[in-house]
Write a protein that binds this ligand. Structure first.
Ligand code: UD1
Ligand code: UDP
Length: 360
C-alpha cells in the first residue's frame, strides 16, 4: 500500500453504498486511495454483490475477520489494521457509519496519530443498549473530520463539545447511491422474479433488540403475522435473526415469505414498489424517505429523526404495528413531503472536496 493514500475501511453491508460515492468522488479529485474490507460481512449477498452492483473497486486487502463477539470481532479488525497502518502509514483513514469495523479502524488510526474522517457522524439514538450508539460516540470523539448527514447530527456533536471546525454538514452519501441508481431499480422485474402481487409489504429485521432473544422472538413473529393477515409480506432476512425467528414460527403464515438477503438493486426495487415497509434498519429508513414509500420502524427510537420530520418514517411497537399498517395502507403514499436538506446526490463530492483540501 502506498503511503500518503487515503485508506477506506468498510466491512458490513450498509458501509458499501456509503463508501461508493466517496471513493468515486475522490478518484475525480486525483487522490490516491486504498480500500480495506474487514470481512465483518462475508456472505456473497451481504458483501460481494454490492461491489459488483455499485462498481466498487476490489478491496486491496480483505482482513477476513468474520463473525464473533463484539470484543473478538473488534479486536480482530484492530490487530489487522494496526499492522497495515504501521507498515504503510496512510494520510487519512475514512470510516463509515456505526459498525464494529468503523470503531476498530478509528481507534487504531487515532492511536497511531493518523487523522480519521467519519462519514455519518453525529447520529444519536440516545440509547446505549444499542451497540451502534457506543460505536458512534467513540468514533466521533476520536475523529478529525466529521461528516454529518443532517442538522440534528451537527447539533449533537456541538453539544458533546466537538469543535465546530471539524464538523461538516455534507448530506447523505447513501442517498447519492440511491439517486445515482434510480433508473436501475426495476419494480416490475423484481415483482415478476419473486411472483409478488401488485400490493405487498417489504420487511427487514436484524436489530439485536428485536431478534437476539429466542423467547422474545415469539412476540415479534406474532406482530409480523398480524401484518401478513392484511397484505402479503416479503422478508429478505438478515442472517442474524434467522434461527430465532424461524424457531418462533415465522414461516407458518402462508402470506409471509422469507427470502435470502437481496442484492442492492433487487432490494431497493422491491422497496420502491411496496405499499409499506416494516423495518429496523437505519439505511432503509433513509431510502424510504427519499422514495416516498411509507416506513414503519419497529424500534423504540431512531438516530435518524429527520426521516420522521422530513420523510415517511414512523416509529411503531409490536402492539401498534398492525394498526399502523392498516392506517398507512388506507392513507396511501404522500403526494409531497419535505426532503432532508442536502440529500441531493452530491454528498460524496462535498466530502471529497473537503478531504482533498485537508490533504493539501
Ligand atoms: C452489523 C452492525 C449493525 C448493522 C448491520 C448491518 C455492528 C455492531 N453491528 O450487525 O449496526 O446494522 O451489521 O447489516 O457492527 N452473519 C452471516 N453472514 C455474514 C455476516 C453475518 O451469517 O456475512 C451472521 C453471523 O451469524 C453473525 C451475525 O450474522 O454472528 C451478526 O453479524 P455481525 O456483523 O456481528 O452483526 P450484524 O447483526 O450483522
Ligand atoms: N439492503 C440490501 N438487501 C437487503 C436488505 C438491505 O441491499 O436484503 C440494503 C439497503 O437498501 C441499505 C442497506 O442494505 O442500502 C442497509 O443495510 P442494513 O439494513 O443491513 O444496515 P443498517 O442500515 O441498519 O445499519
Amino acid at each position: 500500500m502506498s503511503a500518503d493514500a487515503v485508506l477506506h475501511v468498510a466491512g458490513a453491508r450498509p458501509n458499501f453504498p456509503k463508501a461508493a460515492p466517496v471513493i468515486r468522488a475522490l478518484e475525480r479529485h486525483g487522490v490516491a486511495q486504498r480500500l480495506v474490507h474487514t470481512g465483518q460481512h462475508y456472505d456473497e449477498r451481504m458483501s460481494q454483490v454490492f461491489f459488483r452492483q455499485l462498481r466498487l473497486p476490489e478491496p486491496d486487502i480483505n482482513l477476513g475477520v468474520g463473525s464473533g463477539s463484539h470484543a473478538s470481532q473488534t479486536a480482530g479488525v484492530m490487530t489487522g489494521l494496526e499492522e497495515l497502518m504501521v507498515a504503510d502509514r496512510p494520510a487519512l483513514v475514512v470510516v463509515y457509519g456505526d459498525v464494529n469495523s468503523a470503531l476498530a479502524a478509528a481507534l487504531v488510526a487515532s492511536k497511531l496519530g493518523i487523522p480519521v474522517a467519519h462519514v455519518e457522524a453525529g447520529l444519536r439514538s440516545f440509547d446505549r443498549s444499542m451497540p451502534e450508539e457506543i460505536n458512534r460516540i467513540v468514533v466521533d470523539h476520536v475523529s478529525d473530520l466529521l461528516f454529518a448527514t443532517s442538522p440534528d447530527a451537527v447539533s449533537h456533536l456541538g453539544n458533546e463539545g466537538i469543535e465546530a471546525e471539524k464538523i461538516h454538514l455534507v448530506g447523505n452519501p447513501m442517498i447519492d447511491t440511491l439517486l445515482a441508481n434510480l433508473d436501475r431499480f426495476d419494480v416490475a422485474g423484481i415483482r415478476t422474479a419473486l411472483s409478488l402481487p401488485e400490493r405487498y409489504v417489504v420487511a427487514t429485521l436484524h436489530r439485536p433488540g428485536n431478534v437476539d432473544d429466542a423467547a422474545d422472538a415469539v412476540g415479534l413473529v406474532k406482530a409480523m403475522h398480524a401484518v401478513a393477515d392484511q397484505l402479503p409480506v416479503i422478508l429478505p432476512l438478515h442472517p442474524r435473526g434467522r434461527r430465532h425467528l424461524e424457531n418462533a414460527g415465522l414461516l407458518s403464515h402462508r402470506a409471509l415469505r422469507v427470502v435470502e438477503p437481496l442484492g442492492y438493486l433487487e432490494f431497493v426495487s422491491l422497496v420502491r414498489g411496496a405499499v409499506v415497509v416494516v423495518t429496523d434498519s437505519g439505511g432503509v429508513q433513509e431510502e424510504t424517505t427519499m422514495l416516498g414509500v411509507p416506513c414503519l420502524t419497529l424500534r423504540p427510537n431512531t438516530e435518524r429523526p429527520i426521516t420522521i420530520t422530513h420523510g415517511t418514517n414512523r416509529l411503531v411497537t409490536r402492539s401498534t404495528l398492525a394498526e399502523a399498517v392498516a392506517s398507512t395502507v388506507a392513507a396511501g403514499r404522500l403526494a409531497v413531503w419535505p426532503k432532508p436538506p442536502m440529500w441531493d446526490g452530491a454528498a460524496g463530492e462535498r466530502i471529497a472536496a473537503i478531504i482533498a483540501k485537508a490533504l493539501g
